[in-house]
Design a protein around this ligand. Structure first.
Ligand code: NDP
Ligand code: DGY
Length: 328
């Protein structure tokens, strides 16, 4: 039996599900900060020093500074995400550091959150809950259009990014008797789109036609700030924008103006810039904006599955085998 000093060393940036932690501890010497608080950048850099593997979260920038701090013995990084925008993949490749991520296992949970957010925003659930809690319900219910929302049935759904999650959202929304589903991306994806009758359109077409616009793309240089003042002008005044991708796809100042001025109807965001979004952020004062704290993949089942997959990737990377879900 190897003593714990002979085992490969893994730095785990935050508390993870107990089953995953137990699996890691069976085969690795795990270094994890106490408690639930995420380590500061400096603590992370210090913690990474001399490690063979790193277990990171989407808020940890994996760049030259971190790779230098970890040192040349680093073999594998596993990220608790399918999004890779926080990782300098080219540099990892150059340094021979394998990167594992979590595609697929979180698709259902994330799609379900996308749908929840869309329904909650369409039916003004934030305002509804608030009205009951603060007593403003009063006699307002007798006003026939008080808190009147938008219907999904009969609407045009626009999906930005028909990847795994975009497709899972589109499939679920198809059962709501929508009139049409359109999508956009860098390339048409007939193999995904044809079975659900989704039509490939340009970004501008999608903005002009859609009653609901769902952002489900990965983030890269082609789409940072894609939703800017110009884009909001092209959308219907009643349209509802949902974002489960990354905050960077939206110019948030422009979104605030569009929501306040009535350029668009409402927004439901699971991702923002920055995260956490400060409670004083002006978006949070708008009645037509619902924000959730980047929890789209957060179900017990999915978080356990993500953790299992990460452990598998870490073991493979440490043993020099191909990763189960390599990012490159
Ligand atoms: P996929 O790789 O399966 O899909 C990504 C899609 O984004 C592809 O269809 C790609 O299409 C599209 N895309 C890339 N660039 C553009 C662009 N400029 N315009 C339109 N579409 C674009 O990934 P997943 O579906 O598994 O995940 C998608 C993203 O969702 C993740 O990268 C992550 O950022 C986010 N996510 C957020 C979660 C949360 O908790 N809120 C949870 C899980 C994921 P094409 O190549 O044709 O352009
Ligand atoms: C992802 O997977 O990219 C999410 O943002 C975290 O679950």
């Amino acid at each position: 039996m190897s003593s714990s000093d002979q085992l490969p060393r893994v730095y785990v940036a935050r508390s993870i599900p107990p089953h995953g932690m137990a699996r890691l501890r069976e085969r690795c010497h795990v270094i994890a900060p106490e408690g639930d608080e995420a380590p500061t950048r400096q603590e992370f850099l210090d913690g990474a020093r001399g490690m063979d593997a790193l277990f990171v979260f989407p808020n940890v920038k994996v760049d030259k500074e971190l790779l230098d701090a970890a040192g040349p013995q680093l073999k594998v990084i596993a990220t608790y995400s399918v999004g890779l925008d926080h990782i300098d993949i080219n540099l990892c490749k150059e340094r021979g550091v394998q990167v594992g991520y979590t595609p697929g296992v979180l698709t259902t949970a994330t799609a379900e959150t996308g749908i929840s957010l869309l329904m909650a925003t369409a039916r003004r659930m934030g305002e509804c809950i608030q009205a009951v809690k603060d007593g403003s319900w009063g006699t307002k219910w007798e006003r026939s259009m008080w808190l009147a929302g938008s219907e999904i049935a009969g609407s045009v759904i626009g999906i930005v990014g028909l990847g795994r999650i975009g497709l899972a959202i589109a499939k679920r929304l198809a059962s709501f008797e929508v009139s049409k589903i359109v999508y956009t991306g860098r390339n048409p994806r007939p193999e995904s789109a044809d079975p659900i009758g989704a039509e490939y359109v340009t970004f501008n077409d999608l903005l002009g036609q859609s009653d609901f616009v769902v952002i489900a793309c990965s983030v890269n240089e082609s789409n940072k700030g894609l939703f800017n003042a110009e884009a909001f002008k092209k959308m219907k005044k009643s349209s509802i924008l949902i974002n489960i991708s990354r905050g960077a796809v939206i110019d948030q100042d422009a979104l605030y103006e569009a929501l306040k001025s009535g350029e668009i109807g409402a927004a439901g965001l699971d991702v923002t810039t920055p995260e956490p979004l400060p409670p004083t952020d002006p978006l949070l004062a708008l009645p037509n904006c619902i924000v959730t704290p980047h929890v789209a993949s957060c179900t017990v089942t999915t978080r356990n599955n993500m953790c299992d997959l990460m452990a598998d990737n870490i073991f493979a990377g440490l043993e020099g085998r191909p990763l189960k879900t390599p990012a490159y």
